[in-house]
Design a protein around this ligand. Structure first.
Ligand SMILES: [Fe+2]
Ligand SMILES: [Fe+2]
Length: 293
């Protein structure tokens, strides 16, 4: 589609156009196959392991991930079936999804000034912070929260790649008017990157909790399938935006939803104590996820 007229569209028309884009990113085959296998309770470790190992590059990357300091296992995990035994089906799927999606978007040409690397750095920061918040609060599975954090802004990539002109308007306005991307988007775009990301996650048949966390990460919608996960991603996003590099002077948490602020109050009050360790973990996760093979 052309995007000249995107600005004047209403949300319905926008989403209809989105539906018709023929080359929207598709989920890599291996992820589709694994998701299918995991829907069948009869699937064995051997079967799942074999399927992942048909994609050697992916299998190698997953093994490197599970053996990295990120997971912190002392003994070496030798092969995919072994990883499944140690980590469980769901966590191996999460590792696969994380690696596969970054790969899906890598090398794509983006809007000038919008760096894919910066985008994924922010996404990894939110992923690691989400994982930490969920470990500390025991509100949800740390690995599920990691994936939700990693994908929360995925709609920005769709906007950037398929609605380039509209993306450019939002991008420039954010810069010129000193607004956040989301604020500029609310002024100029019929739908937000959060809604677009939610749409893509649904199309990819991701779990409802993940679709909800992506769709509502800027404005908490309380009637979602997993409010805890949404609260974690929403809070982690704000924390990550306030702690880039060493620019953490006067963090502004005013955009955190009151419900999230209440539930996460313990973690928010102590953020300056725990964030340095999380920042180190973000660095090593970026090193792993963003390094070309
Ligand atoms: Fe966002
Ligand atoms: Fe974000």
């Amino acid at each position: 589609m052309t995007n000249e007229d995107s600005q004047d569209m209403d949300a319905q028309t926008f989403l209809k156009k989105l539906e018709k884009i023929p080359d929207l990113p598709t989920l890599p085959n291996i992820v589709i196959k694994v998701n299918k296998l995991l829907q069948d309770p009869e699937t064995s470790i051997k079967e799942l392991g074999k399927t992942i190992e048909t994609d050697q590059a992916m299998a190698t990357k997953i093994l490197r991930l599970v053996n990295s300091t990120f997971y912190g296992f002392r003994s070496k995990i030798r092969n995919i079936p072994h990883a499944i035994i140690i980590l469980g089906f769901n966590n191996v799927r999460n590792a696969l999804v994380s690696v596969a999606i970054i790969k899906t978007f890598s090398g794509k040409k983006t809007f000038e000034g919008f760096e894919m690397e910066d985008f994924w750095r922010h996404s990894v920061a939110v992923a690691v912070t989400s994982k930490y918040l969920s470990e500390q609060s025991s509100l949800d599975s740390p690995d599920d929260c990691f994936v939700a954090g990693l994908l929360h802004d995925i709609g920005k990539l769709v906007l950037c790649l398929h609605f380039t002109e509209l993306f450019g308007l939002v991008w420039e306005s954010a810069k010129e008017d000193g607004l956040s991307f989301y604020e500029a988007e609310r002024k100029l775009s019929p739908v937000s990157h959060a809604q677009i990301g939610g749409y893509l996650a649904k199309k990819w048949q991701f779990p409802d909790s993940l679709v909800d966390s992506i769709s509502n990460h800027h404005a908490i919608e309380e009637s979602v399938s997993n409010l805890n996960q949404l609260i974690i991603v929403h809070t982690a996003n704000t924390i990550a935006n306030n702690h880039k590099g060493d620019s953490e002077i006067n963090p502004d948490y005013s955009t955190i939803d009151p419900v999230a602020r209440r539930i996460m109050s313990g973690q928010l009050e102590t953020v300056s104590e725990w964030f340095p360790d999380v920042a180190t973990e973000i660095e090593s996760a970026c090193e792993f996820f963003l390094k070309e093979d």
